[in-house]
Write a protein that binds this ligand. Structure first.
Ligand code: GAP
Length: 463
């Protein structure tokens, strides 16, 4: 498992997906930069999520709230108290630190350091909020926090959105943005980092309908991963036991992906998204702390939504069903799921090179580069000129890469390795007939099409 993980990490760096932050200074604790291919890939994931949540569903609006908020938000949400803390143990011999939940199923179970067998300290609570200061003076009054979850920006805007958009329950608010946590043991590449992106949706509904909506959203979220090509056998749901529920949740089910890392007994399963019934925790606490009445008044007008209706003439705190996915963790899962190695290569037409070929079978909509443009050879000026014209033709429509270095076979493999669905080859026939070949990444089949039809054909293929 560890070897496969190393190969994926190495590909991610070699091909410009993910770099260690501040690498020239020796790296900065568990922060990563998304390179030229990584940013396209992550943008595609976020776009897919946004379209899925805001266009497919009725009664859904978006938000982009500030990362910095009043510290009172975090007081009210419970994040500054013990609720948002991990339990940490330290080895008295090698001084390595571990999150208790990573090395034990229960507190009584573990007494020895998993690395050196040394004695462990008693568990200590460690709050995960990232402190910062606003204004010129570093004093208590100027202290605030980088948001630890994007959804708090949604709750504090509940009333603004309700009034400005004239919404009726049930409705949802979707948001994508950065979140920060001072993780004690960040590790496993981009799986657990201190700065990450969340794609969160908060669904406000009548308390009596919370359970129905919880099941609805869980199914919808599972479908999204599967529709983007995640293999069924690598995806599962797991209910969070009562004793491990986050401080705000009445019920939580994690969507887990089978990653190629982690202790054998976990079998690689790790959370990529949480579905939470947050009850009225957030709205009632913000009401109490801000003095604003955030109860919803249902006037009894039937909701326009086909999805369900509010309950008539009541004032109540809506319950919140949350879907909380990590953009970085999703990217990592899509990357692992798409990664394939083919021993001896896939080529049938030429003698097998006997080297391992890497194929990244990403869903077309997620692939960072959609089309590669390749002149058959580079020492033929007429071919190169024509290939550059084709590149300019396609560039406004698709993320394209022009490549003329090395043999054509090698260039196809370079594109397979980054998941490019289509490669356009400009050959000698092109000069006579004004047509090109389109090579399909997965089947390696080639078809000839006229250049004048190329953009439209690719648009259809990539739809
Ligand atoms: N608002 C609810 C919430 O934040 P969570 O289970 O703590 O719930 C939701 O986080 C998702 O955010 C996780 O499933 C994961 O995808 C992502 N996430 C959380 N902590 C992360 C970290 N340190 N690094 C990367 N992603 C993280």
């Amino acid at each position: 498992m560890a070897a496969l993980m190393q190969k994926i990490i190495s590909l991610a760096k070699r091909r410009g997906f993910v770099f260690q932050s501040s690498e020239i200074y020796g790296g900065f604790g568990s922060c990563y930069d998304f390179g030229p291919l990584g940013v396209e890939f992550k943008n595609n994931i976020k776009k897919s999520w946004w379209e899925e949540m805001t266009r497919k569903h009725e009664n859904m609006v978006g938000l982009d709230s500030a990362i910095l908020m009043s510290p009172r938000v975090w007081q009210a949400s419970g994040h500054l108290t013990a609720g948002f803390a991990d339990e940490l143990v330290e080895c008295k011999s090698c001084h390595k630190r571990f999150r208790l939940d990573e090395i034990a199923n229960s507190k009584s179970e573990i007494q020895k350091c998993p690395e050196c067998g040394g004695q462990l300290t008693k568990p200590r609570k460690f709050n995960l909020m990232m402190k910062t200061f606003v204004g010129p003076v570093e004093e208590k009054a100027a202290t605030t926090y980088l948001r630890a979850e994007t959804c708090q920006g949604i709750y504090v805007n509940f009333e603004n959105i309700l009034n400005s958009m004239r919404l009726k329950i049930p409705f949802g608010i979707a948001q994508i943005g950065k979140a920060f946590r001072n993780e004690i043991t960040p590790k496993d590449f981009i799986y657990r980092t201190r700065e990450f992106e969340q794609m969160e949706m908060q669904w406000f509904c009548h308390p009596k309908e919370a359970s129905k909506w919880f099941n609805f959203w869980l199914k919808e979220r599972m479908k999204w991963y599967l529709s983007l090509g995640i293999k069924k056998e690598n995806l599962r749901t797991k209910e969070v036991p009562k004793s491990e529920l986050p401080h705000y949740a009445k019920k939580a089910i994690d969507i887990e992906y089978k990653f190629p890392f982690g202790p054998a007994e976990r079998g690689g399963w790790h959370e990529i998204e949480g579905i939470h019934n947050r009850g009225d925790w957030d709205l009632s606490n913000h009401s109490k702390n801000s003095g604003k009445d955030l109860k919803y008044f249902d006037e009894g007008t039937p909701s326009q939504s086909k999805l369900g209706s509010g309950q008539a003439k009541q004032k109540y705190f809506p319950y919140i069903i949350e879907t909380s996915a990590g953009a970085d963790r999703s990217l990592f899962a899509f990357l692992c799921d798409a990664y394939q190695e083919i021993k001896g290569g896939r080529t049938q037409t030429t003698k097998a090179v006997k080297e391992i070929e890497i194929l990244l079978k990403l869903h077309k909509s997620l692939a960072p580069i959609k089309v590669a443009v390749l002149p058959l050879v580079r020492n033929e000026p007429k071919l190169v000129k024509k290939a550059k014209e084709v590149y300019q033709l396609l560039k406004p429509h698709f993320t394209c890469q022009y490549d003329e270095l090395g043999s054509i076979g090698r260039r196809y493999r370079r594109q397979d390795e980054i998941g490019t669905p289509y490669a356009i080859t400009i050959d000698f026939k092109t000069l006579k007939k004004d047509d090109v070949t389109i090579r399909d990444r997965d089947t390696m089949k080639q078809e000839r099409v006229k250049i004048k039809n190329l953009t439209q054909i690719l648009k259809e293929k990539l739809r």
